[in-house]
Design a protein around this ligand. Structure first.
Ligand SMILES: Nc1ncnc2c1ncn2[C@@H]1O[C@H](COP(=O)(O)OP(=O)(O)OP(=O)(O)O)[C@@H](O)[C@H]1O
Length: 662
């Protein structure tokens, strides 16, 4: 499932991917399922489309059909998205809504173990530190250091203190810290590694790591609730808890399963493998399915080599354990999703992937002709390669191919997908395809909510409004003004924006003034009355944005203001709800796809320099090194309400400050 599913994060399609047919297993698949019923460990290796997920699901379903208690069958999927799809698939096959086997990500299963342990000790359940929360802590730490020009951090030569304020830097840092934590490397250990390998940047990270741990510990001790668990260590903690369950004399029985199935084992980290090992030690049979050639999470610590190592016999030295489970290996032999020609292409590519272990799974063949119609649809004409001179031509080529396929061959839009190499590329593809009249949905986008093209301008307008209400002398930067104008709320394109500036400048000159068009635009956006006096041809966008900002400022000034009410006011003033709703209900194809504004193009000055009054009453904390106060994280919250026996989403905003994004 991994290649397709995880690349589907970058794929534009509308299909959920749910395939709940119960297929007749081929011989290799049957051998895999049969082994899972008896062997203590089975590792199933298969090329893309050979039915690894089918085997994983069948093994779980058959175990239940043969009498296993559903609650004692655990399926682990690499990502939450994959877990959701697997859950649907298993649910559809077992026909059960309750008592279904648990389908989780490894981290979520580990968290469940920690919760059981806490309850066994009559302690409050732990809480998981969320990704946005981690990000916020790091953002504040880094902002503090950036404000003091990196003093005390000993930045390596060539690294400017301003780097500390970049989101990309923060993300890299967070990844590094998470990988270190997963491997049990603490700040001191990281510092030692920095010296050992002459990596001064790791020494900087070690320092920040220490501060990060201090801050999170501070939060934990002041929260009065259960333990706060960092996602990067949740697996290690759960592994330790399971290992020492009896020693810790926990009165409840140790959580255990009769069968544990891990799909996409090539995406497992060392911590996941350690956790699985403890599950095996607790009496579970384990079935691992994977393809070491198709790991996509290695940048997040996945170790695809674990697939090959599962077959090996563990050494006697417990500390040297690195994934050996004495597993029975089964190679899947038929690539059910691909035609013979496409299968050849896949094989051609994978043979170039360096491999540490056996690669028998690469020899899988497309189904024989008589079996072909049992498999899922694959493009019969294989693959075509087009080499084009530049990015613009690439996008135009893809748009033309999709249109031709739809118009000439009647292929539904939802049956076509575009896979791009990076999120940035996806943005330009989306823009160009929409411009070419191709309806587009992006599934599994990794873009955080706050950076979505429809959300980022709304947050920026709220921030500007808050700064205005706070009496900030310079609440709106030139770049933010332009970004708001060209956002889906302003509705201008670059040409219209230029026209607006020219009109402003012409008026200024006619009146004898000499201010720049940027200054005039900012002024108009901060004053709806001024905006309303602009010439008709350029007035609409300016008035719209000005009203939105003014609504934010007015909402902030209200005594009961909170982040939600401010955002709600800004949203209502933006006046797009009915239009967007109408377009969406009209079929979606013509629905407005916001002018894609990628994350980095949102100027950092869109972030407030001071906290708004809406956030003043919130409990807040500062790290010892952070000099700037935290900013108010505006997060929309909608709460389901029970009315007449049915759950509905409340239309009014919840009057509650919620934590969230920075
Ligand atoms: N024995 C079979 N007979 C017919 N179709 C099958 C068989 N096994 C799998 N399929 C079909 O092949 C497709 C791929 O199966 P599945 O998703 O289980 O493979 P996978 O190896 O997990 O793929 P991925 O490359 O997405 O990880 C599905 O549509 C599935 O229904």
């Amino acid at each position: 499932m991994s290649v397709a599913r995880d690349l589907m994060r970058r794929v534009m399609t509308t299909d959920s991917g749910l395939d709940a047919r119960r297929v007749a297993l081929d011989a290799s698949q049957q051998a895999a399922v049969a082994s899972s019923a008896v062997a203590s460990a089975t590792v199933v290796v298969g090329a893309p489309g050979t039915g690894r997920t089918t085997v994983a699901v069948e093994a779980a379903v058959q175990a239940i059909e043969e009498g296993a208690e559903p609650g004692r069958v655990l399926l682990l999927a690499a990502t939450r998205r994959a877990a959701g799809l697997l859950r649907d698939r298993v649910g559809a096959l077992t026909g059960r809504t309750t008592s279904a086997p648990m389908v989780r990500t490894p981290a979520s299963a580990a968290f469940a173990v920690l919760t059981s342990a806490a309850l066994a000790r009559h302690r409050p359940p732990p809480t998981l530190i969320t990704g946005p929360e981690q990000d916020l802590v790091l953002a504040e730490l880094l902002a503090g250091h950036a404000a003091s020009s990196g003093a005390g951090l000993d930045l390596p030569d060539g690294v400017e203190p301003s780097t500390l304020g970049l989101r990309g830097f923060r993300q890299e840092l967070r990844d590094l810290l998470m990988r270190a934590a997963e491997r049990g490397v603490d700040p001191v250990g990281l510092d030692e590694l920095a010296r050992l390998h002459d990596r001064p940047e790791w020494a900087v990270a070690a320092r920040l790591y220490e501060e990060y741990l201090d801050v999170t510990a501070l939060r934990e001790s002041s929260s009065g609730a259960g333990a706060r668990v960092d996602p990067s260590v949740v697996l290690d903690e759960a592994t330790a808890v399971l290992r020492d369950w009896d020693e810790r004399s926990l009165r409840a029985p140790r959580p255990s399963w009769s069968l544990v199935v891990v799909d996409d084992y090539q995406e497992a980290t060392a911590a996941t493998a350690g956790f699985v090992r403890q599950l095996v030690a607790g009496g579970a049979r384990v079935l691992l399915t994977g393809d070491p050639d198709s790991a996509v999470q290695t940048f997040r610590g996945a170790v695809p080599g674990l697939v090959g190592r599962a077959e090996a016999v563990p050494s006697r030295d417990d500390d040297a354990w690195s994934g050996e489970l004495s597993a029975v290996r089964v190679d899947l032999t038929t690539a059910w999703r691909q035609s013979a020609r496409l299968r050849e292409v896949t094989r051609e590519v994978t043979t170039r992937v360096p491999a540490a272990g056996a690669v028998r799974h690469r020899a899988a063949l497309a189904p024989a002709d008589e079996d072909r119609e049992r498999g899922s649809d694959g493009p019969e004409d294989g693959a075509r390669v087009a080499i084009l001179p530049g990015a613009a031509q690439e996008v135009a080529y893809v748009a033309r191919e999709l249109r031709a396929e739809h118009l000439l061959h009647g292929t539904p839009w939802r049956s076509m997908a575009v896979v791009a190499r990076s999120g940035d590329q996806l943005v330009s593809f989306r823009r160009a395809l929409v411009a070419a009249g191709v309806p587009v949905t992006t599934t599994g986008s990794d873009v955080p909510l706050r950076d979505e093209p429809a959300v980022a301008p709304l947050l920026a307008a709220a921030r500007v409004g808050a700064a205005l209400a706070d009496g900030d002398a310079d609440p709106l930067g030139v770049d933010v003004a332009a970004a708001l104008m060209t956002s889906p709320y302003g509705g201008s394109d670059a040409v219209a924006l230029r026209r607006t500036r020219r009109a402003l400048r012409a008026e200024e000159l006619a009146g004898g003034g000499g201010r720049s068009s940027e200054t005039l635009l900012v002024e108009a956006l901060l004053d709806p009355d001024r905006a309303a006096t602009l010439p008709a041809g350029v007035r609409r966008s300016v008035v719209q944005v000005a009203r939105t900002i003014a609504a934010g400022a007015a909402a902030v000034a209200r005594p009961d203001a909170d982040a939600t009410s401010v955002l709600w006011s800004v949203w209502e003033a933006s006046d797009v709800a009915d239009r967007w709703r109408g377009a969406a209900l009209a079929g979606g194809a013509g629905a407005p796809v916001p002018t894609a504004t990628s994350t980095p193009s949102w100027p950092s000055s869109a972030r407030p320099r001071r906290s708004s009054s809406a956030c003043r009453d919130r409990p807040r904390w500062r790290s010892s090194t952070t000099s700037s106060p935290r900013t108010c994280p505006p997060t929309l919250s909608r709460r389901p309400r029970r009315a007449a026996g049915r759950w509905t989403w409340s239309r009014r905003p919840v009057r509650r400050v919620v934590g969230g994004t920075s």
